[in-house]
Design a protein around this ligand. Structure first.
Ligand code: PLP
Length: 279
């Protein structure tokens, strides 16, 4: 082992695992997660396990191809024990074949932050499935759905005339997995004001029987693409550093609000979160 690696191993630097899809542009997925972990915990040791390759931004809707389960499980078992795990896109075929159980066993009690990714930001099918994500929820420490993901997890059609309040959505999510904390994110839906005052954005953490609201002024910023990935990874970084969940969530939200002010134009000419080395 080289000296720097040995120093890191001996320094007690936290270990974070990232399990998710690879978006080659780095705008979302595991490259975005890696950028976030590096920005927030530069000394952390980061294990990145790709669940699926994806193709995006090439003029056609995003697509994905799951990697073989046995490879993923072997990689999980070969990594040092994590202090926290961030889970992003996981194709339903992998969860149906037992990846959730293998992950829980390999993570040996480390907290799991699960961003229930269903579709790509362009609406493309990434192979994720609602039923599989509901199954994974019980193993998660915290699930971080945005409003469309929360509705999908609860089987509420997108265009349905009567939309439940955010409180009702949180109750429904808690009924899926009551011991799991749920962070319902309001930021993705610009036009929607339910649960928010005019000009504000609100996220809501349901933790046990309590709900903690994170309200702040809504600021124009980049495309939401990659922000869900970054937020969940930031929460995992906090947990890996020993922060309690509520503090880790509060700090991650504050960090992301700041990061959103430093956007850059992407190849698609839309504003995006910055990322070192993005193509
Ligand atoms: N993971 C991958 C591989 C993706 O392509 C996407 C979105 O396109 C996501 C995750 C979800 O990203 P976010 O929730 O940050 O928008």
């Amino acid at each position: 082992m080289r000296r720097r690696e040995r120093d890191l191993c001996e320094s007690g630097a936290p270990v974070i695992w990232l399990l998710g899809g690879l978006d080659p542009s780095g705008g979302a997925g595991i490259l975005r997660d890696h950028w976030t972990a590096r920005a927030l915990l530069p000394a952390a040791r980061v294990g990145a396990i790709v669940s699926a390759w994806t193709w995006q931004g090439q003029g056609a809707p995003a697509r994905s191809e799951a990697r073989p389960l046995a490879r993923i499980v072997a990689e999980l078992r070969a990594l040092p024990r994590p202090d926290a795990v961030k889970v992003g896109l996981v194709p339903q075929t992998l969860l149906a074949a037992g990846l959730g159980d293998a992950l829980v066993a390999a993570a040996r009690g480390a907290p799991l932050v699960v961003d229930p990714v269903l579709v790509a930001s362009d609406g493309g099918d990434l192979g994720a499935g609602v039923g599989a994500l509901r199954g994974l929820a019980a193993a998660a420490t915290v699930m971080t759905p945005n409003l469309p993901e929360a509705r999908a997890l609860l089987g509420i059609p997108a265009g349905s005339a009567t939309q439940p309040s955010r409180g009702a959505l949180l109750d429904g999510l808690a009924a899926i997995a009551g011991a799991t904390a749920w962070l319902l994110k309001g930021g993705h839906v610009e036009a929607e004001s339910g649960g928010e005052q005019a000009g504000e954005v609100a996220d809501h953490l349901r933790l046990g029987g309590r709900v903690v609201d994170f309200r702040r002024p809504r600021r124009p910023g980049p495309d939401p693409r990659g922000t869900g990935c970054a937020l969940a990874t930031a929460i995992a970084c906090g947990l890996a550093s020993g922060r309690p969940l509520e503090a880790a969530v509060a700090e991650a939200i504050t960090w992301l609000d700041g990061a959103r002010t430093a956007w850059r134009p992407g190849r698609d000419r839309r504003p995006h979160l910055p990322v070192a080395g993005v193509v």
